[in-house]
Design a protein around this ligand. Structure first.
Ligand SMILES: [Zn+2]
Length: 293
């Protein structure tokens, strides 16, 4: 879990100040929860650049999320982590923007406005819910997560899409190889991307096995692309386009020409980059209910 600078109420506004950690450049995210009524006024205040600058905030990094009903400010430290007084100054500014919209939420539950609520971060957003609403939203998320677990990917269509991607990727790899007589890591990334996208499209979602299948098909696409390339070379020497002969020549070609061996290395780079992208897509499609209080 990322560092939490502050979670609670500041001048009657529910706020969270979170440190996104080294991977995100030590960014600090300031979030102030608004009442529904305060959203338009706070949005207007955010678009008044002079007003934002007067509060010592950078206009490009301040926004209102109307759906989450929050003011969000992202601070990227230049050299070192900000001092506590800098954090307080920025928090003062963000809360001043929130206050332009209307009265603070105070202690009331953001959903029912009837019972007092507790400030918690749920899925990276500050919330203030009474116990009944917290339980209700938790139960709804649980059902969503259960439904997502039940939805099965279509592996048949995924494999069909992946095979199509493999042939398209091989054609791309061979075509650029024949045209330029060189190999490029960027093309290998494109090959892996074509395979990964068509696999995920066929399946309807990204799963761990599909990431493995992408790796195999992307490497096969590059191998097949090299074989087509060799067949084209043989043809250019007047031998006719013979894939069978190219497959026989392929092991020799790997030994003779280092660029064919380098193909595998580039294919692995493509697999690594697209694999990471698919892991991100897999995470984003999974409903979650993470609570920090
Ligand atoms: Zn409530």
């Amino acid at each position: 879990m990322n560092g939490l600078w502050m979670l609670g109420r500041y001048r009657d506004h529910p706020v969270a100040v979170r440190d996104l950690g080294q991977m995100q450049g030590g960014q600090l995210v300031f979030q102030v929860l608004l009442t529904q009524e305060a959203v338009p006024g706070a949005s207007a205040a955010v678009s008044d650049k002079e007003r934002v600058k007067a509060l010592d905030l950078k206009p490009g990094f301040l926004r209102v999320d109307p759906n989450a009903r929050e003011v969000i400010y992202t601070h990227t430290p230049a050299f070192r982590a900000p001092k506590p007084e800098d954090v307080t100054r920025m928090l003062d500014g963000v809360v001043a923007i929130a206050a332009e919209g209307g009265p603070a939420l105070g202690t009331m539950c953001e959903e029912c406005h009837a019972a007092p609520g507790e400030v918690r971060v749920i899925n990276d957003m500050p919330t203030q819910l009474c116990e009944a609403d917290f339980a209700r939203i938790g139960a709804a998320s649980g059902m969503q997560m259960a439904a997502a677990g039940v939805a099965k990917p279509d592996y048949g269509r995924a494999i069909a899409g992946g095979l199509l991607g493999m042939f398209l990727g091989a054609a791309l790899w061979a075509g650029i190889g024949i045209a330029t007589e060189r190999i490029f890591s960027l093309v290998a990334i494109a090959v892996a991307a074509i395979v990964g996208i068509l696999l995920a499209k066929g399946a309807g979602r990204v799963t761990w096995p599909l990431i493995g299948v992408m790796a195999v098909f992307a490497i096969l696409a590059v191998v097949l692309g090299d074989i087509i390339w060799i067949a084209a070379l043989i043809a250019s020497l007047g031998g006719g386009f013979d894939l069978g002969l190219a497959i026989q020549v392929y092991p020799l070609a790997i030994g003779e020409d280092s660029s064919f061996a380098l193909s595998y290395f580039f294919a692995l780079i493509g697999v690594f980059i697209i694999g990471r992208w698919m892991m991100g897509a897999k995470k984003a499609q999974t409903p979650r209910f993470e609570v920090v209080s």
